[in-house]
Ligand binder design. Structure first.
Ligand code: ADP
Length: 219
């Protein structure tokens, strides 16, 4: 993967963790925060970190924000500031703008402004933790859209030795097993004759409700 240039505006808990992780993944990161102490704390960990008020369009221009591959606006608590910064960053013509929203309304405003991707870290983390608490076998899941999810579950003991034909997830739950990760290797698009073994990892795709039903039974 080519190294990309990211700018993270707002280095609070979310912004600083995101910026640090992007650095670990080998990308270049400019961190911007109006709080000098916050910037000092991050300056060693990022490619550049600057003290600046991101509501000031001139500042954004002089930092060359337009040229970044992706700009993340990680100001959450102060909704008005988040909106002001988002409008300016969009107007400067940045290709990909990601905005952190605190509430649905905040997120809808960011979408109207043209923010390309709105994320809801608190809400999403709450949902994620709830799924893991009720389904100990759930390893991970990705929301493909509002409706569809991919989930990774370890095979519980009760399914050990069962062929997919017998489990019949499509007829019983509506979802499909698209891959099986076994000790011997990965099976992509397993057939009805493939058998599950305890602690294999199955990758399911379906609507949120279908996956939930499967989790209720086997999670
Ligand atoms: P978190 O919940 O992730 O900690 P916060 O909303 O508390 O997020 O933190 C946002 C960060 O954004 C703070 O460090 C704050 O100093 C910074 N910030 C707020 N307004 C601006 C602004 N106009 N320009 C630059 N940084 C800002």
């Amino acid at each position: 993967m080519d190294s990309q240039q990211f700018a993270v505006i707002g280095l609070g808990r979310f912004g600083s963790s995101l910026a640090g992780e992007l650095m670990k993944l080998g990308h270049q990161v400019l961190g911007i925060d109006r709080d000098e102490e916050v910037v000092d704390g991050m300056s060693e960990r990022l490619t550049h970190a600057v003290v600046a008020d991101a509501t000031d369009e001139e500042v954004l221009r002089s930092l060359g924000i337009r040229n970044f591959d992706c700009v993340i606006i990680a100001i959450g608590d102060d909704i008005q500031t988040s909106i002001l910064v988002s409008i300016q960053v969009k107007e400067l013509g940045v290709n990909k703008v990601v905005g952190k929203a605190l509430s649905d309304l905040h997120g809808r405003v960011l979408e109207r402004i043209g923010v390309d991707r709105v994320i809801y870290p608190e809400r999403d983390m709450g949902i994620r933790v709830a799924h893991h608490l009720v389904s100990p076998n759930l390893l991970d899941y990705i929301e493909l859209s509002k409706e569809y999810t991919i989930a990774e579950l370890s095979v519980p003991r009760c399914l050990d030795g069962i062929a997919l034909r017998e489990l019949n997830p499509r007829a019983r739950f509506g979802c499909s097993i698209v891959a099986l990760n076994k000790a011997t290797g990965m099976i992509i698009a397993p057939t009805a004759d493939d058998k599950l073994s305890e602690s294999d990892i199955m990758v399911l795709i379906g609507t949120n409700r279908q996956i939930e039903k499967f989790e209720e039974q086997y999670g």
